[in-house]
Design a protein around this ligand. Structure first.
Ligand code: FCB
Length: 444
């Protein structure tokens, strides 16, 4: 028998999604276009020319999707708000119809006994704000805080958990350095400022929340342990640099009030001097930290891989997902313990964890996805191991409820517990959904 305690009482069993990935109808009811709308319509930007125009058609099928959540027995659901539905130009006039959609969604969750966790920004900046310089413009902090305040006013009476930003590392690095994500920029000098302005935006939104809100607010970061691919000093140094670049770039300023010195070394002359008062704003106390965990980084020294001369490689002889990401559940325990050790006892949520596999098509009313079942099981065991070692973990959100628009990969990569036929929009519960349902009903 396992000596680990069960999951703590009140532990949230959730699933996560984001607006642009599932909603479709991106311009409906007066919504303003987002950078992902513009980007996905550029030829060659997304695999197979896919766009989020239809996605999972969740904007029109939210009621049916709420019923799937209830059938699964979810006790929580993490979704994001499309900024441009609520404020079509990003600032200024509120679009009541856009806001209504989220009001109804929250009401529908509560009617089914499901707690909403609302992410304010999951990468879909209004195009009108990109035209004003997007996250490169220091005013973006104020734009975001005003948008956040609109939602706090409208929904905090019913929403207990707020996430300011989802994975600002990804929107900084893939959006402004490698150009694989919207807005598709390739620059070595922009990322430090883009990251900094997102952190300031987070800090200002938290400050606004302390005035307007009554519940809890945090941020979701992608974290992954970095390990050298070989024992060579170069690979070990590369793994160390990548660890600062990925795991500490955002956490250190948020929780310790300063950037790691190594970032100045990594970016060299492109690393600006940031005003100390900004760092104070960024360090506004959080109620919780959301951790998105998928894999580890196995790292090779590679001077061509900028900015940190470190490349993540796919390990030979280890199981990988359809994304080419190694299945490495022990890294989840390591990550949770590292956060506790370095930053102290902050309440934590796993706000994303999941895997893409090449699932077979539904047969009858079934989709067999044994690798995803195994992925969920082993990662939940890993989470429980961290709890047993004193980590204050309060919930788990599987990524994702539905097969959806996987950014630059389009619809080719399926992460859902629920299979979506992207032509008919027919939904089918996968074996992993059944597994999760049984686990939730037994309290984990
Ligand atoms: C995370 C994103 C999420 C999804 C998963 C697979 O980085 O937050 O939207 O794409 O990866």
């Amino acid at each position: 028998m396992s000596t680990n305690p069960p999951f703590p009482p009140g532990f949230l069993w959730g699933a996560a999604t984001s607006a642009y990935q599932i909603e479709g109808s991106p311009l409906a009811d007066g919504a303003g276009a987002s950078i992902w709308h513009g980007f996905s319509h550029q030829p060659g930007a997304v695999a197979n020319g896919d766009t989020g125009d239809r996605a999972c058609d969740h904007y029109r099928r939210a009621d049916a999707d709420l019923d799937f959540m209830a059938e699964l027995g979810l006790t929580a659901y993490r979704f994001s708000v499309a900024w441009g539905r609520v404020l079509p130009k990003g600032t200024g006039r509120v679009n009541a119809k856009g806001l209504d959609f989220y009001q109804r969604l929250v009401d529908g969750l509560l009617e089914r006994g499901i707690q909403p966790m609302v992410t304010l920004y999951h990468w879909d900046l209004p195009e009108a704000l990109e035209a004003r310089g997007g996250w490169r413009n220091p005013d973006s902090a104020r734009w975001f805080a005003n948008y956040a305040a609109t939602l706090f006013d409208a929904l905090d009476d019913r929403v207990g958990l707020w996430v300011t930003l989802n994975e600002p590392w990804v929107s900084t690095v893939l959006g402004h350095l490698s150009g694989e994500h919207a807005p598709g920029r390739r620059s070595l000098s922009e990322p430090p400022r883009v990251a900094h302005h997102q952190l300031c935006a987070h800090g200002e939104a938290v400050a606004a929340y302390r005035e307007l809100g009554r519940h809890q607010i945090g941020i979701s970061l992608n974290l992954e342990p970095q390990q050298p691919a070989t024992d060579s000093p170069q690979d070990r140094e590369a793994a160390r640099r990548r660890h600062h670049f990925i795991n500490r770039w955002f956490l250190d300023p948020l929780l310790l009030g300063h950037y790691p010195d190594e970032l100045a070394a990594i970016f060299g002359a492109d690393w600006p001097r940031f005003p100390p008062e900004d760092l104070q704003r960024i360090q506004a106390p959080l109620d919780f930290l959301g951790i998105n965990y998928y894999s580890r980084g196995l790292v090779r020294h590679d001077p061509t891989e900028l900015p940190c001369a470190a490349r993540r490689i796919a390990p030979p002889d280890r199981p990988c997902t359809a994304m080419g990401w190694e299945v490495y559940p022990e890294g989840l325990t390591e990550t949770l313990l590292w956060v506790k050790q370095r930053y102290g006892d902050l309440p934590l949520y796993i706000t994303e964890n999941g895997a893409a596999f090449d699932d077979p098509a539904p047969v009858g009313n079934q989709v067999q996805d044994p690798e995803r079942v195994d992925y969920l099981r082993t990662h939940l065991v890993a989470a429980r191991a961290a709890i047993a070692q004193g980590v204050d973990l309060r919930g788990y959100f599987a990524w994702s409820l539905l097969d959806n628009f996987e950014w630059a990969e389009g619809y080719a990569k399926r992460f859902g517990l629920v299979h979506v036929d992207h032509i008919t929009q027919c939904r089918t519960l996968k074996a992993s959904a059944r597994y999760y349902q049984a686990l939730i009903s037994e309290g984990g």
